[in-house]
Write a protein that binds this ligand. Structure first.
Ligand code: UT7
Length: 332
C-alpha cells in the first residue's frame, strides 16, 4: 500500500494536569489494596485530581491555550474544535462548545466525540481528514478528562487506575513551517466488547434514578482482566498494521507513545514491536490512566524535556471503552 504524501501536521502541543494528588497510600485507606499491589500490577504510584470547581472544559482550556501558543495560532483562526472525553462538563452542550465560548472563536464547528480512551486519537484522525480535504485550515483537538468524578472509590478493581488531566494539539496543513507531519493514522472499534468497559447509567438505556445512584452505576465499570487480554493482543497488532502500511519497521520508530493504561501492557507491546522500554514514553506512575488525555499528556512531557528530536518517528496507540482503538504515525 502506498500512502499519499503527508498533508497535515501538528502545529502546537499543550497539556495540563491539576495539582492535587491521590497517592496509593490514600487509596489504601479507602479499599482493600496496597501500594505494592498497585505498583506491581499497574505501575501507578499517584494520579491527579481536579479541584472541585474544575470541570473537563477547564482542564481542556488550559491545555488548549498552551497548544495555541505553541502553534503561534490565535483562537480566532480556529475553524473547528474536536474534543474526545468520557467525562465532559454536561451530556450536552458539548465540552467543545463550552471551550469555544471561552476561547471566543464563535461560528466554527465544535463537538465532542465518544470514543473513551481512544477519543483523542479519534479527534486527530478526524481533524486530519478535515484538513486534508480542504474543509478547514486550523483544527484544535482536545482530550480532557475528570475521571475522578466518575470513579467508584468502593471498587478496588477500577479506583486505583484513573486520574484527571488534559492535552491538546493544533493541526494544520503540512506546509506550515515547524509542523510535525502526520504520516498515517487509523481508527478501529469492536462494539461487541462494549460491556467490558462502560458507564452503565445516565443515558437513555438506564436514566438517572435513585436506584442507579445507590448502585454507583454512574461510575466506570470494567472487566479489567478481559480488557487487559484484549489490549495485549490488539495494541501491537494495530501498530504493526499502521507501520506496515506506512512502510516503516519497528526499529525505525524512535518513540512508542502508548495510552498510559498499564505498564505491563505498554511493555508487552514494546517487546512484541521490537521497541525497547527506553524508547517507550511512560508517565503512568505519576498520572495514572487519564483516558483521552493520556497521549498528549505524556507526549508533551517528553517533548518539553527535549527528548524528542526533529525527524524522530513516533508511533501513537490507544485503546479503551467501545472497545475502540486508534493509531497514528508522526514525524517530529
Ligand atoms: O484505558 C483502558 C482502561 N482499562 C484498563 O486499562 C484496564 C486494563 N487492565 C488492567 O490494567 C488490569 O487488569 C488491572 C490493573 C485492572 C488488574 O490487574 P490484574 O493483574 O488483571 O488483576 P485481576 O483483575 O486479574 O485480579 C487479580 C486478583 C484478584 O483476586 P483473586 O480473584 O485472584 O483472589 C482481584 O480480586 O487481584 C485482586 N485485586 C486486587 N487486589 C488488591 C483486584 N484489584 C485489586 C486491588 N488491590 N486494587
Amino acid at each position: 500500500m502506498s500512502l499519499p504524501a503527508p498533508r497535515v501536521a501538528i502545529l502546537g502541543l499543550g497539556a495540563y494536569a491539576p495539582e492535587a494528588r491521590i497517592t496509593n497510600a490514600d487509596l489504601e485507606k479507602l479499599v482493600d489494596t496496597s501500594d505494592a499491589w498497585i505498583v506491581e500490577r499497574s505501575g501507578i504510584r499517584e494520579r491527579r485530581k481536579a479541584a472541585p470547581e474544575q470541570a473537563a472544559s477547564d482542564l481542556g482550556l488550559m491545555a488548549a491555550r498552551m497548544a495555541l501558543a505553541d502553534a503561534g495560532c490565535d483562537p480566532s483562526e480556529l475553524e473547528a474544535i474536536y474534543t474526545g472525553t468520557a467525562s465532559g462538563d454536561f451530556p450536552f452542550p458539548s465540552t467543545a462548545c463550552v471551550m469555544q465560548a471561552k476561547l471566543g472563536c464563535i461560528g466554527g464547528a465544535a463537538f465532542d466525540l465518544t470514543a473513551a480512551c481512544a477519543g483523542f486519537l479519534y479527534t486527530v484522525a478526524l481533524a486530519h481528514d478535515s484538513i486534508a480535504s480542504g474543509r478547514f485550515k486550523r483544527v484544535l483537538c482536545v482530550g480532557t478528562e475528570v475521571l475522578t468524578r466518575i470513579t467508584d472509590y468502593n471498587d478496588r478493581g477500577t479506583c486505583i487506575l484513573f486520574g484527571d488531566g488534559a492535552g491538546a494539539v493544533v493541526l494544520g496543513p503540512a506546509d506550515v513551517p515547524g509542523g510535525h507531519r502526520i504520516l498515517h493514522s487509523r481508527i478501529h472499534a469492536d462494539g461487541r466488547q462494549g460491556p467490558l468497559l462502560h458507564q452503565p447509567a445516565g443515558g437513555s438505556r438506564n436514566p438517572a434514578s435513585h436506584a442507579t445512584v445507590d448502585a454507583h452505576d454512574h461510575s466506570i465499570r470494567m472487566e479489567g482482566r478481559e480488557v487487559f487480554k484484549f489490549a495485549v493482543r490488539t495494541i501491537p497488532e494495530a501498530v504493526e498494521r499502521l507501520l506496515s502500511e506506512a512502510g516503516v519497521k519497528g526499529s525505525d520508530v524512535r518513540w512508542l507513545v502508548p495510552h498510559q493504561m498499564n505498564t505491563r501492557i505498554m511493555q508487552a507491546a514494546g517487546e512484541r514491536l521490537g521497541i525497547p522500554p527506553e524508547r517507550t514514553m511512560i508517565n503512568i506512575d505519576r498520572y495514572g490512566n487519564t483516558s483521552s488525555a493520556s497521549i498528549p499528556l505524556v507526549l508533551n512531557e517528553y517533548v518539553k524535556a527535549g527528548k524528542v528530536k526533529k525527524g524522530d518517528l513516533l508511533a501513537l496507540v490507544t485503546l479503551g471503552g467501545g472497545l475502540a482503538w486508534a493509531t497514528a504515525l508522526v514525524e517530529w
